[in-house]
Design a protein around this ligand. Structure first.
Ligand code: PXP
Length: 249
């Protein structure tokens, strides 16, 4: 199990004053030092956090994986192909949303997304599709030749009652298993925090988690490296603990 950190909020804070501090690249290097396996950034059409220059500087500076989250629009596809990130994660994007609100509807956009995936693959850039935990979306993703899926964990994170949590957790688990059975890489993310991450991290079929908000918020109080280390501990440490329990049963 591996942890990639989304650093968009560092850019949001920087943009609040219009200067150059805090620098997302500096933050990315600290995340790497603390053990993150990758850095995630979302270049939005409205450039509300990451700017084009941030993405270029991240590409030329960080040592680990760069995962570029993006909408499948012509402009951003062009930037991604020039930048050559280690992974692109395609997400739906709506201008008025505060953050990504749900997964891509790959079933409905199969033809268009299929062409986009093909374009990236021709440029040797692996693709992940951010989807809701639903078998039909996984199958459509596999059909169009994506390398990976990222399972949207937002509904699990927002579930209020125990039965809702259990239901949403099962959806994630079944989707991860189905994705693996179709030989897809399986990532997960959105809304995960220090309280809800362990259960998802214990799902064997999930390769990597992408976490931003909770880690950056915690970093305000304990520092970024410490916040990343604490999350890694939960993602890896508790994973093993939960797995041991499952294996002993
Ligand atoms: N994965 C995707 C596809 C996202 O859009 C986001 C939010 O930018 C995340 C993961 C991280 O979500 P959070 O900031 O809630 O941890």
């Amino acid at each position: 199990m591996r942890l990639a950190i989304n650093i968009d909020h560092i850019a949001t804070l920087r943009n609040a004053r219009g200067g150059s501090d805090p620098d997302p690249v500096k933050a990315a290097l600290l995340c790497e030092e603390a053990g993150a396996v990758g850095i995630v950034c979302h270049l939005r059409e409205d450039r509300r956090h990451m700017k084009d220059d941030d993405v270029q500087r991240l590409r030329s500076t960080i040592k680990k994986k760069l995962d570029l989250e993006m909408a499948a629009t012509e402009e951003i596809i062009g930037i991604a192909i020039k930048t050559k990130p280690d992974l692109v994660t395609l997400v739906p994007e709506r201008r008025l949303e505060l953050t990504t609100e749900g997964g891509l509807d790959v079933v409905a956009q199969k033809k268009y997304l299929g062409e986009v995936v093909k374009q990236f693959r021709q440029n040797n850039i692996p693709v992940s599709l951010f989807i809701d935990p639903a078998d039909a979306q996984v199958r459509a993703s596999a059909d169009i030749g994506t390398d990976m899926i990222e399972i949207h964990t937002g509904e699990y994170a927002e579930a209020k009652t125990e039965s809702e949590v259990r239901e949403q957790f099962q959806r994630i688990q079944e989707t991860a298993k189905f994705g693996k059975s179709l030989r897809l890489g399986v990532n997960a993310g959105h809304g995960l925090d220090y309280d809800n991450v362990a259960a998802v991290a214990a799902i064997r079929e999930i390769d990597e988690m992408s976490i931003g908000h909770a880690v950056i918020v915690r970093a305000l109080f304990v520092g970024l490296e410490q916040a990343v280390r604490e999350m890694i501990h939960l993602v890896e440490g508790k994973t093993n603990q939960v797995r041991r329990q499952v294996e002993e049963e």
